[in-house]
Ligand binder design. Structure first.
Ligand SMILES: [Zn+2]
Length: 123
């Protein structure tokens, strides 16, 4: 069997065949770092979604439903992050919390089309 090295410090591991760390201290610091990394990843995605939602909210409040993605107001809008998506015929409707939008292309320009709020349709 090959030699095994600690996943945290790289030291040679002795003892049980399934050991991944040389000590409890290394195991703990490895898992603590993993926990912090995952927590940061979730926080990063949440802040992107919150920023997208803020943009959609501001545009909706101003009654703006159609805006090119190249518009400065869309500069920080991240089209790869949304809370869910639905297929309506050949269109994909993206959801960002309570807001719904489509990405439409006209010629060489991509637009964000904000769909009317569905909140009034709910029973
Ligand atoms: Zn170690």
């Amino acid at each position: 069997m090959g030699e095994r090295y600690c996943r945290e410090c790289g030291a040679l591991i002795t003892g049980r065949a399934d050991k991944k760390f040389c000590s409890d201290m290394c195991r703990t610091s490895f898992h603590n770092r993993e926990y912090r990394r995952k927590k940061k990843e979730v926080a990063d995605v949440n802040s992107i979604l919150a920023a997208n939602r803020r943009i959609l909210e501001e545009l909706s409040e101003k009654g703006i439903a159609l805006l090119p993605l190249s518009d400065p107001r869309m500069q920080s809008f991240c089209t790869s992050h949304y809370t869910s998506a639905e297929q309506k015929g050949k269109h994909t409707i993206y959801h960002c919390y309570e807001y719904r939008y489509m990405i439409k292309r006209r010629g060489l320009t991509y637009f964000c089309y904000i769909c009317a709020s569905e909140s009034t349709k709910r029973d």
